[in-house]
Design a protein around this ligand. Structure first.
Ligand SMILES: [Zn+2]
Length: 191
């Protein structure tokens, strides 16, 4: 029987989608890449398919993920970047040998090297994180307003006032909680 693993969160920024493979960091954390196979599934879903992945490579991926999370959080708060996290991100970026390529339809894809593909994929993610954290991308780094989440995300809304990392989860939960609170208040005043 195939084990059922938590779904991946949708997102359109590679680096923060990757940090979103661990959710509810300040609550009941959910690990969405619990096995090497799930990391492979995630990479494939993001145009970075690899042939195999070892447990050590999964560890490297998670180390990169938490480093991006730490650096992006500091950047969102306007604090100095943690040196250890910066080192991991830079090392991963330097190790990767992926090449950007154009598809016949004019879209970008990534060509990973023939060996150590996971490192190449992590290199692409690290480079994306560098873009986002360095402010090279249009948007504002922000932290999710959910106390149990606090995920860093790139706010690309025109007003730059987005509050949730993900409307379908954190945003929706907040909306429901507010609705429930309002209902409680109105029934209390009615009674
Ligand atoms: Zn959130």
């Amino acid at each position: 029987m195939r084990a059922v693993f938590p779904d991946f969160r949708a997102g359109n920024v590679l680096a923060t989608s990757f940090t979103g493979t661990l959710t509810e960091r300040h609550g009941a954390a959910v690990e969405r890449i619990p096995t090497p196979q799930r990391l492979m599934d995630w990479l494939e879903a993001h145009g970075l398919a690899v042939d195999n992945c070892t447990p050590a490579q999964l560890d490297d991926a998670r180390e990169l993920r938490e480093s991006i999370h730490a650096a992006a959080t500091a950047a969102a708060l306007g604090e100095g970047l943690p040196a250890a996290a910066v080192r991991v991100i830079n090392d991963c970026s330097a190790r990767g040998r992926a090449a950007a390529a154009l598809t016949p339809a004019g879209e970008r894809c990534w060509t990973l090297g023939s060996t150590s593909c996971v490192e190449d994929a992590l290199g692409v993610i690290a480079a994306d994180a560098i873009d986002v954290i360095a402010g090279e991308r249009d948007g504002r780094l922000a932290l999710c307003a959910s106390e149990t989440c606090r995920a860093a995300f790139l706010d690309t809304s025109q007003s730059r006032t987005r509050r949730w990392c993900d409307m379908n989860t954190c945003g929706n939960r907040q909306k429901k909680a507010r609705l429930k609170a309002n209902q409680g208040a109105s029934s209390a005043s009615a009674g």
